[in-house]
Each structure stands twice: as structure tokens, then as C-alpha cells.
Design a protein around this ligand. Structure first.
Ligand SMILES: Cc1cc2nc3c(=O)[nH]c(=O)nc-3n(C[C@H](O)[C@H](O)[C@H](O)COP(=O)(O)O)c2cc1C
Length: 446
């Protein structure tokens, strides 16, 4: 978009760029998403005090791998500076259809680019104009022209939301079926009063946006994901643990569920919310993770089509778990440990046995994916991943560095399979999750 459109009055810092040659229409969002391309969101902001939260929505969308084209109504610019959005999005803010420097129809061009039109916040006035089918500014003209879904996050005083006129407009939009709403929610509004009218939280809006954008290419696939650390108790107040936060596994579970898979997420102790649509099983130590895993897979491994083991399972646990708190004593200078089962190797071995014996077609199901986190050099990590792949008899190892991974929102990983090592560079964890799932989907189809 920005390639064709010189700066608008609200984006003086954006220099005009040459027009690219005419191109074929963009493929549908689903095809592009599964091909690894970034989905494009036209984020339109209207005039509510909640407008400042649109910046956080933009950040979350970008973090999740989307390209964001910011648009603002005139009123929105009373509440939020356009530079905030253009700076975050790396795109000029559009605020008018009447841009003499744009050769063409800006609302049509934006609609052609956008896989999703997202209205955050949506004022009562904007809902009224949408319901009436008006197209008297860039935002309404774009919404009317959208080729994909339009999602609106209303924000207003509870009496405005409860007003029969707003209710009538919302009902008309629902009847037309062209604009979906996320929120509003019950809570405190700008005046300090409480009621239904507060805008949905930015994370919920971003999640709803990604749900609209996701292809449903994993429908019918049963995916089990393990995530987070395991904590190995020594006594009621002490444990052995590690620095895993669960972000990677939760991203895999979330993306798999958004793409239509039936997801079981077996999670060690983490402070993350369950991804929408995933069945979550909470566990603590390696032994309880093992029990939950076999419960999900079944003895014959027919309970899942793919197992993605992102969990950082402790290699050892204290030899004894004490029922009461251990007292400080000079004798306890060393802590006796016992090894935990290697869950990935266990499932790899069981699958190899079943493929040889119980399955006449010799099929290798479920597809098995492990993670290898190391602190060695890049070459060291990949060599270790190859060794792990063969030794544990799995299909893919996601190799990464502890420093690039633990607790971060992005990750630099290499997908190591029997015949390839695909270095992906730094990606937000949801985008890396998609690349892993793309590969899993190909392996399941074999
Ligand atoms: C301080 C202030 C706060 C406002 N907050 C809201 C709001 O939260 N929701 C709403 O629907 N309108 C709100 N309005 C009214 C809208 O800004 C007004 O209806 C405007 O015409 C909306 O234009 P737009 O939809 O094109 O952005 C507010 C107005 C002011 C002055």
C-alpha cells in the first residue's frame, strides 16, 4: 500500500515512493498464511479515549507476524498522535480519501491489500455509519469495500452502548453479517463509572483478529503439545526447576487451534492463559507430565496425529520427596537425585516398535517433534539436534539457543529433519509456531 501512496497530511515524515507495476490480486489470506506470508491488517482507529489502546493492538499484531496499515478518523487524531501508529507500524497513517498525491482510489487500494479490516476502537458514531452503509470518510468507505472480514471493537459510555439507537445499529450489523464485534466488556470506562461499554482488552482484540486471519488448514488433525518447565519437588516449599516460561509451547498450541487442529496442551507450571480452543492439562513434575502424555496418546499412540514436545522436562528429580520442610542441617551438603524418564525418547521408541509390529502399513504416527536448547555455537546446536533426532527416533528437532529463546517473545531456530536443516532466523514465537506446524502438516500428509 505504502508503495503506491505518498504521505498523507498526517504523515509528513513518509516520503513518496514510486508506484510499483500493476500486479495480480493478492491470493486469499488462508493461502498466504500457509505459504508463510505476513497477513495484512488495516487497523482503523476512531475517536474514543480508548484510542491509545489501538497502539498496543498494533504492537501485538506486528509481534504476531502481521503487517499493519494504520488509518485514523479525524476525531481519532484528537486522542492519539498519528506518529505513534506510523512509528509502530512502519507505515504512513492514512486519514483521508481525498489525497491528491494518491493515483487511484485509496479506500479500494487499502481494501485490496487488507486480509482483515479491524476497527479499534469503534465509536457509537462509527457503528451508526457502518449500519447505515455510509462511506463518507476513509474508514467507512474501506469497511464498505472490504473483501475480507471486518472486526470492530466498540468502546463507549455504557449509556451510549445501551441506547436503543446503538442497539438498533448493532442488530443491523449482525443481521447484515458483514461486521463482527469483539466486546465491549463490562468494566470501568473513562468517566470512572462501571458498566458494559469498556473496550475489550488489546490481547483479546489481537486474538480475535488472528482467529479471523488463520487458515483452517489443520482441521481434523489431533495435536498434543507439551509446554513449560517441570518442577521437581524436594519438600513442600522447595523444588528443582528451569527457566522455561511456556511461551513457545503456548504459541504452538494457540496457532494449531486457530488453524483448526484439535489441541491438547499439557502444561507445566506457567503463568500463561490457556489458548482459546485448546484443551489444557496442568501438570507439575516430569512423572505427572508423562502420565498426562500417555493418557493423551493412548498405549497404541492412536490418540494423536502429531506430538510437539516443547516442554523443558527436568532431567533429574530429588531421590526423595519430603512431606515436611527439610531443616537446615550441616549434613545435607549434597542432594541425591534420580534421572527422570526421557519422554521424547520413550514415545519415539514406542512408535518404532508399533510401526514394526502392530501396524501393517508401517506408518509412523504420530509425527514427533522435539526441541533442543543448547548454549553451544550454532554448529554445535545443529550437530546436537541431528544426534538427538536419530537417537530419539523422531521426525524433527527445533534447534535453538537458550539465550535466544527462554522467556523471549521471539526465537531464532533451525528446523532439523533427517535430510535438511532449515535456519529460520529470528521470528516471533507465533510465526515460528506456524513454520513448525507447516512442516508437521506436510509430514502428516505423507
Ligand atoms: C473526550 C471525548 C471522549 C469520547 N469518547 C467516546 C467514546 O469512548 N466512544 C464513543 O462512541 N464516542 C466518544 N466520543 C465522541 C466521538 O469522538 C464522536 O462521536 C466523534 O464524532 C466520533 O467520530 P469518529 O467515529 O469518526 O471517530 C468522545 C468525545 C470526546 C470529546
Amino acid at each position: 500500500m505504502s508503495g503506491r501512496t505518498p504521505s498523507s497530511p498526517s504523515s509528513p515524515a513518509s516520503p513518496p515512493r514510486p508506484a510499483p507495476p500493476p500486479s495480480a490480486p493478492a491470493p486469499p489470506a488462508a493461502d498466504r498464511a500457509s505459504a508463510g506470508a505476513r497477513p495484512t491488517v488495516a487497523l482503523a482507529v476512531s475517536g474514543s479515549i480508548a484510542a491509545y489502546k489501538a497502539a498496543e493492538v498494533a504492537r501485538l499484531l506486528i509481534q504476531g507476524g502481521a503487517r499493519v496499515l494504520p488509518i485514523m478518523t479525524r476525531a481519532a487524531q484528537q486522542f492519539l498522535g498519528p506518529m505513534t501508529l506510523s512509528g509502530l507500524c512502519g507505515e504512513p497513517v492514512r486519514d483521508t480519501m481525498w489525497d491528491p498525491a494518491f493515483a487511484g482510489e485509496l479506500h479500494v487500494a487499502l481494501a485490496a491489500e487488507a486480509d482483515l479490516v479491524l476497527l479499534v476502537p469503534a465509536t457509537a458514531d462509527l457503528l451508526a455509519r457502518l449500519a447505515a452503509g455510509r462511506a463518507d470518510d476513509l474508514v467507512t468507505a474501506l469497511a464498505l469495500c472490504a473483501k475480507g472480514p471486518v472486526l470492530a471493537a466498540p468502546a463507549m459510555h455504557p449509556r451510549m452502548w445501551a441506547h436503543p439507537a446503538t442497539a438498533r445499529n448493532v442488530a443491523a450489523l449482525a443481521a447484515d453479517g458483514r461486521v463482527q464485534l469483539v466486546g465491549p466488556v463490562f468494566g470501568e470506562v473513562a468517566s470512572g463509572e462501571r458498566g458494559l461499554g469498556r473496550m475489550a482488552e488489546p490481547a483479546a482484540i489481537a486474538a480475535a483478529a488472528f482467529a479471523q486471519l488463520a487458515p483452517r488448514d489443520l482441521a481434523g488433525l489431533r495435536v498434543v503439545v507439551t509446554a513449560g518447565p517441570t518442577l521437581e519437588d524436594l519438600d513442600p516449599v522447595r523444588f528443582l526447576g528451569n527457566r522455561s516460561t511456556g511461551k513457545m509451547g503456548f504459541a504452538v498450541a494457540e496457532r494449531a487451534a486457530l488453524r483448526g487442529a484439535q489441541v491438547t496442551l499439557i502444561a507445566g507450571p506457567v503463568s500463561l492463559a490457556a489458548p482459546p480452543g485448546a484443551r489444557r492439562v496442568d501438570v507439575r513434575g516430569a512423572l505427572s507430565m508423562r502420565a498426562a502424555l500417555w493418557q493423551a496418546l493412548g498405549d497404541d499412540l492412536r490418540g494423536a496425529d502429531a506430538l510437539i514436545m516443547t516442554a523443558a522436562v527436568s532431567d533429574y528429580r530429588p531421590a526423595e520427596q519430603h512431606a515436611t520442610k527439610l531443616k537446615r542441617t550441616p549434613d545435607l551438603a549434597t542432594l541425591p537425585l534420580v534421572p527422570n524418564p526421557d519422554l521424547l525418547a520413550e514415545v519415539g521408541a514406542a512408535r518404532a516398535d508399533l510401526a514394526g509390529a502392530a501396524r501393517p502399513d508401517g506408518s509412523r504416527s504420530p509425527v514427533l517433534v522435539g526441541f533442543a536448547v543448547e548454549t553451544a555455537s550454532d554448529e554445535g546446536v545443529i550437530a546436537y539436534a541431528r544426534h538427538k533426532l536419530a537417537q530419539k527416533r523422531v521426525d524433527m528437532i527445533v534447534a535453538n539457543h537458550a539465550a535466544d529463546s527462554f522467556g523471549r517473545d521471539d526465537n531464532r531456530a533451525t528446523l532439523v529433519t533427517r535430510d535438511a536443516a532449515d535456519a529460520l532466523g529470528v521470528l516471533p514465537k507465533p510465526a515460528l509456531a506456524d513454520r513448525i506446524l507447516d512442516q508437521v502438516s506436510r509430514m502428516c500428509a505423507r
